[in-house]
Design a protein. Structure first.
Lengths: 247, 253, 261
């Protein structure tokens, strides 16, 4: 079976794990992609949580600044933002260091990638989390207040669990965007899956084989994430009467 | 807290100063055989990679090879993500306005490659109405836009992709370094094509050979690179590194 | 702009913020390099035109493709619903950049094996990059919007369709006169957002040699070694186009009667 496949498509041998196969390279790229996606997602959630809080409870200046942040980031292509942030942020950090009399620091590719994609993710997270918090029934919060629950405890015990089930579909979507946006880092030369694929394809001229293989890897990540987020949503909705979106 | 952070950074920077100086040498993340390309094991191999090793050893520098996207390699240098560029970058007046260069470490002619029997000459006349593919932000792009005004010019991220489109018949010709195109012609895919000749020289655009790109003002590093290049050329290391790749020296006159 | 019932837009802090913003703009104009602008103005115009053209063509084609994709998933038999579902999942599950490269370079590597393709009448088009860009962006839009249309078709109230059926309306007429308009009306609010996302996807075509506004900015960066100014210009151009899209859809939505229960 394997051999007939190889006879029909000799380029499949290029996907082998050991050199001369490029399989290990692709998996390294996938590892890098996932690492950046996870980091950027976490950073995005952090920004999103504080941003949503700021948009809901902050002063007028905070609210307007956050509005500018989310509007600008969502209006400009990620590719352009990545280029601006990638060069500008490292440049500013280094100019600051030199101005203070210190040596230049080297910003690693991973750190820069996480920071850049995290800022982009943050803008979307703010909106998802804000929407989810606003969808928490007011009666629940009033009940908590009436019972004399302190505000922090209300946030932890009432708002967060109720908000989570609302937010999960949006957050799942954001995670998928994060994994796919890592491909854009190929443009700045970061060795994630898409760039590794392009290098392998260029070197071996087996363009179709490698791009298809990478497509399958991305698809597996998407499908697997779908299963995991489905579980999480089920868990977050435990104890709620209407399962799924009320149709 | 802030003090603590600053102290840590200070210690770190002292630490790097005390060791044999570590610098990041940027290469293009796009494969550019036979100078620098990744192999199936994920290592960067090629003449230029070996040359980086030899130069850094002679300069007593601890060099870390850092792949950067070619079209962002100069901003990466000026913004401090890398400290030097050794990516077959030609020394040109245009680039000298932004960055500095060491002395050259190789110099090869620029040629045009077409499909076999195309009858295209490497002149403006010959390329009139044809589609010429070049790699973006290279001397070849600059040259083609200046001298081949009657050709349609298509820009590629990598020379490999331009070659690929020549094979596919989407472009009529591509202009690049003779060594890089020679290497392509030796592959299976290269059977389609041939080099039709060198372009007329234009030192202002094509430059004075390939040098190490450095930040302006990094004169100490520049002196180190210059001394190291002179040393390896003089003591035969240069020939030894080149022998497995090239039949004749590519140092150029 | 006088709204008496809503809070005043020009509150004190907003005036201060706007002054800050204006100061930043003035600083950018004065201290950054813009001397390259006149020379590249014609190219920039062409680039913007090509971006808008790509956006318009691929959004319209993609939306037309999304209707059957959504309908097949919402109400089609399994042999239509299955492939439509797989198509949407694959498109949404892989990066557009990869799809683009797969189409352009992957297919490009097949051409030499079939000399017939080069002799065919389609070759002058297959030779260029823009058909691949249009195709990739179209199926991408169709994949995302097909998912939206699936929900929209499913969400149309059953009573409406039953009423039409009870009146003896033929099935195709029901689809044309009742189901489709109601579904599009439901999908309209997301359509603006999807179009903005599509705009943000267009710069990727620069990587397969299509010269859109992003490619023009890259060219400026490479010709002049100026890093930030062309990128800032790009950001402004995309923000303006996004603003126009949002306004256009708001105007459009206001014209469509929306009395949804």
């Amino acid at each position: 079976m394997m051999e007939t496949l190889l006879d029909a498509f000799p380029t499949l041998a290029l996907l082998a794990w050991e050199p001369p196969g490029w399989g290990a390279n692709l998996m390294r790229g996938l590892g890098n992609s996932l690492q950046i996606a996870l980091g950027a997602y976490a950073l995005g959630l952090l920004i999103g949580t504080f941003g949503a809080f700021g948009k809901l409870h902050g002063g007028p200046v905070t609210r307007d600044l956050l509005a500018i942040y989310t509007t600008v980031v969502r209006a400009v292509p990620e590719l352009v933002l990545i280029l601006i942030l990638y060069f500008a942020v490292t440049d500013l950090v280094n100019q600051g260091m030199v101005a203070m009399g210190y040596a230049r620091v080297q910003v690693s590719g991973v750190a820069a990638g996480i920071a850049v994609l995290g800022v982009v993710q943050g803008a979307y997270s703010v909106e998802v989390i804000r929407g989810a918090i606003m969808a928490v029934p007011a009666g629940q919060l009033e009940a908590a207040k009436a019972m004399g629950m302190p505000p922090l405890k209300t946030a932890w015990r009432i708002t967060l669990p109720l908000m989570l089930s609302n937010a999960i579909p949006g957050l799942a979507n954001l995670w998928l965007i994060a994994t796919k946006d890592t491909a854009l880092l190929a443009i700045v030369g970061f060795a994630e899956l898409t760039l590794q694929t392009r290098q392998a394809a260029s070197s071996t001229k087996a363009f179709l084989t490698f791009f298809l293989a990478a497509g399958i890897l991305y698809l597996l990540v998407t499908l697997l994430s779908g299963v995991i987020f489905g579980r999480i949503e089920k868990w977050a909705r435990r104890g709620q009467r209407n399962h799924g979106a009320g149709q | 807290m802030k003090n603590l952070m600053l102290t840590t950074i200070a210690v770190l920077s002292l630490g790097t100063a005390a060791m044999a100086e570590t610098i990041k040498v940027g290469i293009a993340s796009e494969p550019y055989p036979p100078f620098a390309s990744p192999d199936a094991a994920g290592n960067w191999v090629g003449w230029e990679v070996d040359m980086i090793g030899a130069v850094c050893k002679a300069a007593e520098l601890d060099c870390v090879i850092t792949p950067v996207a070619w079209d962002g390699i100069i901003p990466s240098l000026t913004s401090g993500q890398i400290d030097a560029i050794m990516a077959s970058m030609s020394i040109t007046a245009d680039r000298m306005q932004t960055i500095d260069f060491s002395d050259k470490y190789y110099n090869t002619p620029t040629v045009v490659m077409t499909a076999k029997g195309s009858g295209i000459a490497p002149t403006d006349e010959g390329l009139k109405g044809k589609i010429l593919g070049v790699q973006v932000s290279t001397v070849h792009q600059d040259y083609a836009q200046t001298h081949f005004k009657d050709a349609e010019i298509k820009l590629y991220q990598t020379q490999d992709e331009a070659n690929q489109d020549l094979v596919a018949g989407r472009i009529d010709a591509t202009q690049a370094d003779s060594i890089a195109l020679d290497a392509f012609l030796k592959t299976d895919a290269g059977a389609c094509c041939e080099i039709v000749g060198a372009v007329a020289d234009d030192k202002d655009i094509l430059g004075l050979g390939v040098g190490v790109g450095l930040r302006k003002g990094d004169d100490a590093l520049k002196a180190k690179f210059n001394a190291a290049i002179a040393k390896i050329v003089a003591d035969g290391t240069y020939e030894k590194v080149s022998a497995p790749y090239f039949a004749s020296s590519i140092y150029g006159g | 702009m006088s709204q008496s019932d809503t809070p005043k837009f020009w509150q004190t802090h907003r005036i201060v913020l706007a002054m800050f913003g204006a100061a930043i703009v003035v600083l950018c104009v004065l201290f950054l390099r813009w001397d390259w602008l006149p020379k590249y103005l014609p190219l920039i115009g062409e680039g913007i035109w090509r971006t808008l053209w790509l956006l318009a063509v691929t959004s319209v084609l993609g939306f037309l493709l999304a209707i059957p994709l959504g309908l097949a998933q919402a109400a089609g038999p399994w042999y239509l619903a299955g492939p439509a579902r797989v198509f949407c999942t694959v498109i949404r599950g892989t990066p557009l950049l990869l799809q683009l490269w797969l189409l352009y370079y992957g297919l490009g590597s097949l051409f030499p094996q079939f000399p017939a393709i080069r002799q065919s009448e389609l070759w002058p088009y297959l030779r260029q990059a823009w058909p691949y860009a249009v195709f990739a962006l179209t199926i991408s839009f169709a994949g995302y919007e097909g998912e939206v249309m699936r929900g929209a078709f499913k969400g149309v109230a059953g009573g409406q369709l039953e009423a039409a059926r009870a009146m003896g309306m033929p099935r195709l007429t029901i689809l044309r006169r009742i189901w489709l308009p109601l579904a599009i009306q439901r999908a309209l609010p997301t359509l603006g957002g999807e179009t903005v996302l599509q705009l943000k996807a267009t710069p990727l075509v620069a990587t397969i040699t299509v010269v859109d506004i992003y490619a023009v900015a890259s060219r400026v960066r490479q010709d002049t070694f100026i890093v930030y100014e062309p990128l800032l210009l790009l950001a402004v151009v995309y923000m303006v186009i996004t603003g126009l899209i949002v306004l256009a859809f708001r105007w459009f939505e206001n014209r469509v009667p929306s009395r949804v229960a």
